[in-house]
Structures are given as structure tokens and as C-alpha cells.
Design a protein around this ligand. Structure first.
Ligand code: KIV
Length: 408
């Protein structure tokens, strides 16, 4: 298929009436012969019980990956035509059907139009869709790297930006496989990895070392790097040289720096030299002593107004996004609504255009740290202790290494 780049669309196929396997075969063939469309991959077919509690036969399900230049609405209409051709008549919402086609995902787009919501709102609730999607993604990862302009497009189309901190190649590989949009080599590494009590003593060389590792572990994910304390505040030329070093020596795509209006001239200078910049407002950890601790900012009107003006100044200076840390949810929502660049919140509520967490915190590897905003998605600290205890006891009792781990 020539011409402009096609989008990757994941379409779920389901049938529980008549010759179910033949219906899926016919649907795949019909999808493959749509104009400007290529059927790139198909998942395994699996049988699942009907949803919705109505008495009806089990379903055969499958998901396909299309590369298509049809828009989401055109693809929906094509799917509906294929359903009609299969003899499907729409009756009860959860009732039996010869063929059901659902667009589960369409590129990185977020669509909310009458009759068309993408990603499909039922995706998180259908285990079999999640399995099929993972299978297709493992067969053919999206080859197109995310770019800085994509961040602005994601804001424009309402698709939330998923960011996590990352400090090494091993985690970078895993986070990319899990479809994270942006990896932030945060100066939080000074606390998380180096065991310090603030970010203040992080150095530029340390950031470049970790950023280069993250870039070696990822190929499609955007990588931003924190400029550490005193590497950008002293003068604009120093900021340009240091940010330039980060991009040149690590291969990262952009830098993040803390502060609002006082930093606007620096942001403009970096952006004018082709260095993408993320801002950072609210609780700015490099100013922890001036702020009097790690606490929510902008609760009083004067500070809220100042933060709002700071956000506008960063956008005006050319920042491609702003991290909002520890802000009241209403203020973060108001700032996000006023800007055309995305906001990425941490402890700033659901009204931001994306979210970021410190990886080790959300994986349960930093167990003493339990702020209200943090959700732990795993308890890896416990998993590590259990694994290491098992290893230690096997070594002590002499059962590891066994013959299967030894060479003749
Ligand atoms: O350094 C860092 O990890 C950060 C995040 C908390 C946003 O700046």
C-alpha cells in the first residue's frame, strides 16, 4: 500500500450464530479487501461464554490488526456493512449475532463521537480482547516512534499521555513493551537509586549516563531528561550547552526544567535551538527548601494565580508540555483547559492531559513512601524479598545449584 502512512486499527470479530468459524473467515476476507487497507495480522480464535447474562450460545472471538488509510468513521461504516452482509440484524443489545465487529483501537487516536468511541470503552472489561490485543502487539509492535509533535496531537484529540520515570535499559525495554508513551529520566533518580533525601545533588553526568541507558533500552518511546539543579538557572548559554549535551550524549528527545515565568527566557532559547522542553510547575522538588517541604501548592488564590500565569508563560515560550506536581485537582484542570500544550499530572488529579508516576513507587519498590496520590500497581518489593529469601535458603541448604544448573 503506497501513499501516506496508514494507521493501525485493531478490530474485534465475534460470532455466536450459524457457522461461527465461517462467519469469522468471511469477515476477515471482507476486511482484507477494504480499499486502502491491509490485514496485517490475526490473533488466535477463542471461544468465550456470552456476555450480558442472556441465554445464548458461546462466541467465537478473534482480533485482527489492519493497516488502513480509511478514517475511523469510514472504517466503522465499512464494518457495519460487513455485519449487514453477514445477515446480522441488530436486535437486543447483548443478544446473539451472526457477526459483531468492534473497532477496539485506531492508531493513537482517541475518538468520542456519536456511535463511535475509541479506544472501545469495553476494552478494559473484556479479558479475551486484552489477550488478543497483547498477542497482536507482541507479533507486530507499532513501528512508528512517538514524536514531540504527537504529544500536541494527543492533547488535541483527547488521548491521555502515559508517562513513567525510568532510569535504566532493562526497565525501558519493559515499559516500551507495555506501551508507555514517554519515559522521564527524572532527577528523582538521586533519591530512588542513589538514596539521597532530595534531587538537589544530581549531576548532569549522572543524568546523561542514565538517559543513555534508557535510550539503549527503547526505540519507539519518547525520552525526556530532567536538567538537574544549577545546570540551567545560572545563565541561558549554560542552559543551552547543558541541555545540548543531554541530547547529544544520551540520544534523548528533550529536557525538563522546573520553574515558571523566571525560566521563560531559557525555555524560549532552548526551543529556538531545536531542544524540546517540558516545564514543571507546582511542587518543584529542586526548590524544596524554599517551599518548606513536599506539600501541595496553589491552595491559596495568590499562588494559584501565579501558577496559572506561569503555565501560560511556559506555553508562550514554546514548551511542549508541563508537568504539574501536587496541585489541587480543580486548579490543574483549569490550567489544562486553558492551554493548548498538554499537562502531565502527578498528584494533580484527573483533569490533566496525562499522568506520570515514579516507577519504583508505583511498582511497590519504595515501600515507605505512601502519599495520597500514589497508587501501587504491583508489590514488587515483596516479590523481591520472597525470591531472594528462597535463593538464600537454597544456597544455605545446598539445593542450589543442582545438576541441571551445573556443567559436565
Ligand atoms: O524527577 C522526577 O521523577 C520528576 C517526576 C516526579 C515528575 O520530576
Amino acid at each position: 500500500m503506497g501513499g501516506p502512512a496508514a494507521e493501525r486499527a485493531f478490530v474485534a470479530l465475534g460470532s455466536n450464530l450459524g457457522d461461527r468459524a465461517a462467519q469469522l473467515d468471511a469477515a476477515r476476507a471482507a476486511l482484507a479487501s477494504l480499499p486502502a487497507t491491509r490485514l496485517a495480522a490475526a490473533s488466535r480464535v477463542e471461544e468465550t461464554p456470552p456476555l450480558g447474562g442472556m441465554a445464548q450460545p458461546p462466541y467465537l472471538n478473534q482480533m485482527v490488526l489492519l493497516e488502513t488509510r480509511l478514517g475511523p468513521r469510514e472504517l466503522l461504516e465499512a464494518c457495519q456493512a460487513i455485519e449487514r452482509a453477514s445477515g446480522r440484524v441488530r436486535t437486543e443489545h447483548w443478544g446473539a449475532r451472526t457477526l459483531d465487529l468492534d473497532i477496539v483501537r485506531y492508531g493513537r487516536r482517541h475518538v468520542a463521537e456519536p456511535g463511535l468511541i475509541i479506544p472501545h470503552p469495553e476494552l478494559p472489561n473484556r479479558d479475551f480482547w486484552l489477550r488478543e490485543l497483547a498477542e497482536l502487539e507482541s507479533m507486530s509492535a507499532d513501528p512508528r516512534p512517538l514524536t514531540v509533535p504527537d504529544l500536541l496531537a494527543m492533547k488535541a484529540t483527547g488521548r491521555p499521555i502515559v508517562m513513567l520515570t525510568c532510569y535504566d535499559a532493562a526497565f525501558a525495554r519493559l515499559l516500551e513493551q507495555a506501551d508507555v508513551d514517554v519515559l522521564l529520566v527524572g532527577d528523582s533518580l538521586n533519591q530512588v537509586l542513589a538514596g539521597r533525601d532530595s534531587t538537589l545533588s544530581a549531576t548532569l553526568d549522572q543524568m546523561i549516563y542514565h538517559a543513555a541507558s534508557v535510550r539503549r533500552g527503547s526505540s519507539r518511546t519518547l525520552v525526556f531528561v530532567d536538567l538537574p539543579f544549577l545546570t540551567y538557572q545560572v545563565s541561558v548559554p549554560e542552559a543551552i550547552r547543558n541541555a545540548g549535551r543531554v541530547l547529544q550524549e544520551s540520544g534523548a528527545h528533550g529536557v525538563k526544567l522546573e520553574g515558571g515565568r523566571p525560566m521563560a527566557e531559557t525555555v524560549r532559547a532552548l526551543v529556538d535551538r531545536g531542544i524540546p522542553v517540558l516545564g514543571h510547575l507546582g511542587l518543584t522538588p529542586q526548590s524544596v527548601h524554599a517551599l518548606g517541604g513536599y506539600r501541595v501548592q496553589g491552595r491559596d488564590q495568590a499562588t494559584a494565580d501565579r501558577l496559572f500565569a506561569d503555565a501560560e508563560a511556559l506555553e508562550e515560550a514554546g514548551a511542549c508540555g508541563i508537568v504539574l506536581e501536587l496541585l489541587p485537582a480543580a486548579l490543574a484542570r483549569r490550567i489544562s483547559a486553558a492551554l493548548t500544550i498538554p499537562t502531565i499530572g502527578i498528584g494533580a488529579g484527573p483533569g490533566c492531559d496525562g499522568q506520570v508516576l515514579v516507577l519504583h513507587d508505583m511498582l511497590g519498590l519504595n515501600q515507605g513512601f505512601n502519599p495520597k496520590f500514589l497508587k501501587r500497581y504491583a508489590e514488587l518489593g515483596e516479590a523481591v524479598r520472597t525470591a531472594v529469601r528462597a535463593y538464600a535458603s537454597e544456597v544455605r541448604e545446598g539445593s542450589y545449584p543442582g545438576p541441571q544448573h551445573s556443567f559436565d
